[in-house]
Each structure stands twice: as structure tokens, then as C-alpha cells.
Design a protein around this ligand. Structure first.
Ligand code: A2P
Length: 344
């Protein structure tokens, strides 16, 4: 019988390492794995599936040996260069970057939301932006039932979403605070910032990804466009403010939703509690609501603080939290591969 082979591109990065972890947990029916990264990591050993794997340098010939699937977590420029090469050799690529997400020929997939799109691929399937993934898992069952009219996103995003250097900036800020008389206002840090323009410790940065001409950031634009594509609602009214906060891992989002149709709050909560991939944590009497520190390490999307928005006819406010590295990237990509394996 033919062996199933999976390439993991960007295996040494924050997302790539989590892809390895999720694959170890899932033990999918895959016969061979090959780990790729840049030439800086070539020859490095990574422990995976109870043995040492040698990381290979990704190059033009990497896919010549024949792969069924590849999970790319190596950024947009690597994906743009190498995903088409992989596809030309018969491999299906699940890409974590934003390179192909809005391409009409590329499905943008969250398995709980639009798994039917997987089969429409022409070799590349995009993994959506982390903030969008957790939002649409919560919104899809509500759109199906009450039809969404408008969405307002306000995000509180963890530094892990900015990669290793984002994590380092928060760690350096904490160290600096402990060593320098707990100064609340270290606008000029004594350490070198690796990722952000300003200290992230003791701060909130209303700036994720680059600014666009219209004053929004690219992260905010991604949330708008990707939500429309995944929900198949091209004209849906969506707006977003994306903010980086000093949390190590798991993104939180305040989502304000206005519906076309009226709803019963108890029924709405019931729909969410029965939806795939959602854990309802909505018990204010006992101070139970989603928290980043609880969501971290899990693949589910946690939803709570559900309350009617009395400022419009049919509106609701939600607090939605998920592990941005797992469900927002690595686990979502592995779940897509898992679905393809099941379909054969
Ligand atoms: P490397 O570790 O060799 O630089 P992160 O987003 O956490 O920084 O991770 C990015 C991942 O993408 C790393 O595994 C990195 O490998 C990999 N990567 C970056 N550039 C390339 C490239 N040109 N070819 C292959 N992998 C790359």
C-alpha cells in the first residue's frame, strides 16, 4: 500500500513546533514525516514521535521525493516561493501564512465552520488568521440561526502571535520591571526591543501588523475580509480594532453582534453549548468566564459573558477566548489534514 508522507515546513518555529506536538497527540495514519526549516536550522535535531528527526533545509528540490501533504508555517514569502513547487509535485499544502488566503482559488478553512470547502482546493488550502478562526467558530452557528447583520470585533491578542521575538519582548519587560524599582512608566526601556515599537509589558499596543492607507491595520483588515469569506457573506458589515496585550498565550476577543432576527438568550446559549469545538463558560454568579490562562493548551474555543446588547434591536455581546498557536494556527492546520485523510 502507498505510504502517506507529510512535510512540516517551518518545523523549528513557534507554530511549527506546536504542529509537531499536535501531530504527536493525534497519531494520524501518516507513514512518514519530513521536517523542513531554513538553512540556519539544517542538521538540527528535533525530538518528535519518540525519536530524533534531523531538520532538512527547504530548497527547490525538497518536494521531489513525493509528499501527499505539507503544513507550511514559515511565513508568507517562503509559502509564495515553495508552496507552488510542492503543488506542482502533487502535494496538497495547508498554509498558515496570509499569502493565499484571499485568492479565489484557495479555500480558507476552519473545519468546524466550512469543511465542505476543503475539496475545492487546487493544491493549496489556507489556514485563516488566528483571530478570525476563533471568532468564526463562535459566530457560524449564530449566523445560521439568526443571520448576522453586523459584527464589531475588539481583540486582546497575546504576544505568542507575534512569534518568538514578541515573547522575548514581554519577558524582557518583566525582567526590567523587577530590576528597576518597579517603574510603571518605562517608556524608554533599558533593554532592546526585538519585535514591538514600544514595550508590551504594562502596556496595550493598538497596532498589529502594518498600517494601511485607510488607517486600519492589516490584522484588522484580515479579520474583516476573512470573516466574510469563511461565512460566505461577502457584504457582511464587519469592523475591528486589534490590540496586542501583555498576555503570553491565547487571544481574547470582545465580539458585538447584531442580528437580522430576534433571538432568545437562553436558546442562543444553548446553540453555542451544542456547537462543535466550543466550550461554554458562562456562569457569572460563580465568576466563570473564558480566560486566556485556561484556554492556553486547548483546541476548543471558549465563549462566555453572553449578554443582550440593549442599544440595538437584536444584538448580543460575547467574550471569546482561544489558544492562538493551537486552534489559531497549528491545530486548525492539522485538523484540515486529518479531514483529508478521513476522506482518503
Ligand atoms: P528557522 O528556524 O531555520 O529560521 P517563527 O515564526 O517562530 O519565527 O518561525 C518561522 C519558521 O519558518 C522557522 O521554522 C524558520 O526556520 C522557518 N523559515 C523561515 N524562513 C525560511 C525559509 N526561507 N525556508 C524554510 N523555512 C524558513
Amino acid at each position: 500500500m502507498k505510504k502517506i508522507r507529510l512535510a512540516i515546513v517551518g518545523a523549528t518555529g513557534l507554530v511549527g513546533r506546536t504542529v509537531l506536538k499536535v501531530l504527536e497527540e493525534k497519531r494520524l495514519p501518516i507513514d512518514e514525516y519530513v521536517l523542513f526549516a531554513s538553512k540556519n536550522s539544517a542538521g538540527k535535531k528535533l525530538k518528535f514521535m519518540d525519536r530524533d528527526y534531523i531538520v532538512q533545509e527547504l530548497n527547490d528540490l525538497s518536494f521531489d521525493s513525493g509528499f501527499d501533504y505539507a503544513i507550511f508555517s514559515a511565513g508568507g514569502s517562503t509559502a509564495k516561493k515553495y508552496a507552488p513547487i510542492a503543488v506542482s509535485k502533487g502535494c496538497i499544502v495547508v498554509d498558515n501564512s496570509s499569502a493565499f488566503r484571499m485568492d479565489n482559488n484557495v479555500p480558507l478553512v476552519v473545519p468546524e465552520v466550512n469543511p465542505e470547502e476543503i475539496k475545492n482546493n487546487h493544491g493549496i488550502i489556507s489556514n485563516p488568521n488566528c483571530s478570525t478562526i476563533q471568532a468564526v467558530v463562535a459566530l457560524k452557528p449564530l449566523d445560521d440561526k439568526y443571520r448576522i447583520k453586523r459584527i464589531i470585533y475588539s481583540t486582546y491578542q497575546a504576544v505568542s502571535g507575534a512569534g518568538r521575538n514578541g515573547v522575548l519582548d514581554l519577558e524582557s519587560g518583566i525582567r526590567d520591571y523587577m530590576q528597576n524599582d518597579s517603574n510603571f512608566s518605562s517608556a524608554k526601556p533599558t533593554y532592546k526591543l526585538q519585535k514591538f515599537n514600544y514595550p508590551i509589558f504594562s502596556n496595550c499596543l493598538p497596532h498589529i501588523d502594518v498600517f494601511l492607507e485607510n488607517g486600519y491595520t492589516k490584522e484588522e483588515e484580515k479579520m474583516v475580509n476573512e470573516t466574510r469569506k469563511i461565512l460566505k457573506r461577502p457584504d457582511l458589515k464587519v469592523t475591528a480594532t486589534a490590540v496586542r496585550v501583555p498576555v503570553f498565550n491565547a487571544h481574547s476577543e470582545a465580539i458585538n453582534v447584531e442580528f437580522e432576527n430576534d433571538f432568545d438568550l437562553a436558546e442562543l446559549k444553548n446553540i453555542l453549548s451544542n456547537a462543535t469545538g466550543i466550550i461554554l463558560q458562562d456562569d457569572i454568579e460563580n465568576c466563570i468566564y473564558p480566560l486566556a490562562i485556561n484556554a492556553s493548551g486547548h483546541d476548543e474555543v471558549f465563549v462566555g459573558r453572553i449578554r443582550r446588547d440593549y442599544s440595538v434591536d437584536y444584538g448580543v455581546n460575547l467574550w471569546v477566548v482561544a489558544d492562538n498557536i493551537r486552534k489559531g494556527a497549528a491545530s486548525n492546520a492539522v485538523q484540515i489534514v486529518e479531514r483529508m485523510l478521513k476522506k482518503g
